[in-house]
Write a new protein. Structure first.
Length: 247
């Protein structure tokens, strides 16, 4: 077991042998910036001030050799080989939100475009998912794999969880959604996850940039901001690769 200290906050947590830094932090209630958790996006990148790590498996675009030479690592993949001191910012807004594994039922399936399906999911009567607008869930598939989708509705309007699923050519899960999934089907997911959400303590203008179904978490954030009466200037750029037929 190794100790990890975050600077400049001085917060500390323990990492089990063979455990990734991010996984250990989340397990103990310390929310570090992250996105995909698979070494592909670079959202969890931070600097190692002292100590050494096994960098794990990751995509070169997410962590270059130059960045490694500067002492940086991807915390979702890096595993400590010694006690560590890291330059990383813990995000307080999400630390008290419980990550759960829950069943859900497909309430409705609605095709928004030729290759976009809107899913509405209903949780069991005694369950409620507490989340921040912009976060996502991961479906737990039978083969052990996971598929991530952002909530497209704000927490104040969460009778159902709304997801926008774009069909990916050859995608096992998205093919299932478009060809075989039916209302009342049961799925399992884990969430909420992610650190893409509004920092409400700031008064700076906001610029949103999205393409395709990447608008889903931004839609949730905008709805939340309007519901809360946040008056910061917001500008949205939403792009599509081609003209689409929508219903």
């Amino acid at each position: 077991m190794h100790s990890v200290t975050l600077q400049p906050s001085g917060l500390q947590f323990q990492v089990e042998e063979g455990e990734a830094i991010l996984a250990a932090a989340l397990r103990q209630g310390f929310v570090l910036p992250y996105g995909c958790k698979s070494g592909a996006c670079g959202s969890c990148k931070g600097k190692i001030l002292s100590g050494s790590v096994d960098y794990g498996v990751y995509q070169a675009k997410a962590l270059t050799e130059e960045e490694k030479a500067q002492g940086k690592a991807l915390f979702c993949q890096a595993k400590p080989l010694s006690d560590l001191v890291l330059e990383a910012r813990a995000i307080g807004a999400a630390k008290d939100i419980q990550i759960k594994k829950l069943p859900c039922r497909v309430q409705t399936l609605e095709r928004l475009a030729d290759d976009v399906m809107r899913l509405r999911l209903k949780l069991p009567a005694n369950e409620k998912l507490v989340y921040l607008a912009g976060q996502f869930i991961e479906f737990l598939l039978k083969d052990g794999s996971r598929r991530s989708f952002s909530m497209a509705n704000a927490p104040h309007d969460a009778e159902f969880l709304e997801l926008h699923v774009r069909r990916v050519a050859g995608g096992q899960f998205t093919d299932h959604v478009f060809e075989k999934m039916k209302e009342r089907d049961i799925l399992r997911f884990e969430g909420p996850l992610g650190t893409f959400f509004l920092r409400e303590e700031s008064d700076k203008p906001i610029v949103f940039v999205a393409s395709g179904t990447g608008f889903a978490p931004i839609k949730a954030v905008i709805e939340h901001a309007l519901h809360q009466g946040i008056e910061r200037q917001m500008t949205l750029y939403w792009a599509a690769g081609a003209r689409r037929t929508c219903t």
